[in-house]
Design a protein around this ligand. Structure first.
Ligand code: MTE
Ligand code: MO
Length: 321
């Protein structure tokens, strides 16, 4: 079997970092996003083409953008798409890139149910049609001590949730990934209990930093990164950022998650990045930024303390890890 590479972008068409910077300067100068900003040559389905056109149009509206912090550079697109955790395809970091072409993303719908006044199942195009897309540069950090800095394209989860009118009993939000063992080879083994489940407290879910991402680096989401729609919670460990979401359920009681079920001593509900709380098997004080040599000191809340620390005021983060 040939080794598959998504999305078969020649190296020459991967947006180089300098070009990306120029694009951002261009955007900051208030100019419209030109056609050149989205790299050509991707193998896209017709539906993906349609939404990519829409994406381009809506990026022109130039919504608030997050700049790179001092001393940070973007992770190379190549690294961000070849070193992944996506157990639906196997447990090796290289598995998602090799096998994720089997993920069927078109058509795709998301069910929103539970404690909402307006539940239902919605085609991805319909969901995207109602949200304002923006590009944001966020770090994603894995519990195993590596991190990446990625320009995500998406919309705040809060926008979507508000549209479906959460009831006063909605205290937590549960997310569920696709279950399709015929195509997702990892699901033919019980690595974790399938489907992959994650959850947030409602205030975490409604926080403006919490993103439903549908693309990255100006492109539709590569399969191995959680196409066609995945969560990005930048101040938490990567495992919270669930990929290929098919269901969002609002509930009253704190739910369990795949990783808590798998190992409650190692993975807590809050998954906050407190560098002083070690993982039972290793320190969490430092992390390896993919593409860099050496290690960086890990920051409280993964560097987003100013924005999110107040959500956890008064909580004992040693106990609620
Ligand atoms: N459905 C699903 N979502 C998932 C995972 C997974 O195995 N399945 N892995 C998580 C983990 S542990 C990490 S670190 C991030 C990795 O995201 P990335 O590959 O885009 O960097 O995805 C998270 N989301
Ligand atoms: Mo992870």
């Amino acid at each position: 079997m040939p080794r598959y590479r998504y999305p078969a972008i020649p190296e020459s068409e991967v947006t180089p970092r300098e070009l990306f910077r120029q694009r951002r300067r261009f955007l900051k100068s208030g100019a419209a996003l030109g056609a050149a900003a989205l790299a050509p040559g991707l193998l896209l389905s017709p539906a993906a083409h349609a939404w990519r056109d829409g994406l381009e149009a809506r990026l022109e509206e130039s919504l608030p953008r997050r700049e790179l912090a001092d001393g940070e550079t973007l992770t190379e697109f190549r690294d961000a798409t070849t070193y992944n955790n996506f157990y639906e395809f196997g447990t090796r970091k290289s598995d998602p890139e090799v096998y994720a072409h089997r993920l069927v993303t078109d058509p795709w719908s998301v069910t929103i149910e539970g404690e909402v006044d307006k539940p239902g199942t919605f085609a991805l195009e319909d969901i995207l049609g109602h949200q304002t897309l923006e590009e944001r540069i966020y770090r994603l950090r894995c519990v195993e001590g590596w991190s990446m800095v990625i320009p995500w394209i998406g919309f705040p989860l809060a926008e979507l949730l508000k549209r479906h009118e959460p009831t006063s009993r909605a205290k937590y939000v549960v997310f569920e990934s696709i279950y399709d063992p015929d195509n997702l080879r990892g699901q033919r083994r019980s690595i974790i209990e399938w489907p992959y489940l994650e959850a947030l407290r409602i205030d975490e879910a409604m926080h403006p930093l919490t993103l439903m991402a549908v693309g990255m680096y100006g492109e539709v989401m590569p399969n191995q990164n959680g196409a066609p729609i995945r969560l990005v919670v930048p101040w938490k460990y990567g495992f919270k950022s669930i990929k290929s979401v098919v269901k969002i359920r609002l509930v009253e009681e704190q739910p369990t998650t795949s990783w808590i079920d798998q190992n409650p001593d190692e993975y807590g509900f809050y998954a906050n990045v407190n560098p002083e709380v070690d993982h039972p098997r290793w320190s969490q004080a430092r992390e390896r930024r993919i593409g860099e040599s050496g290690r960086r000191e890990t920051l409280m809340f993964n560097g987003y303390a100013d924005e999110v620390a107040e959500l956890y005021a008064g909580m004992d983060l040693d106990r609620h890890f």
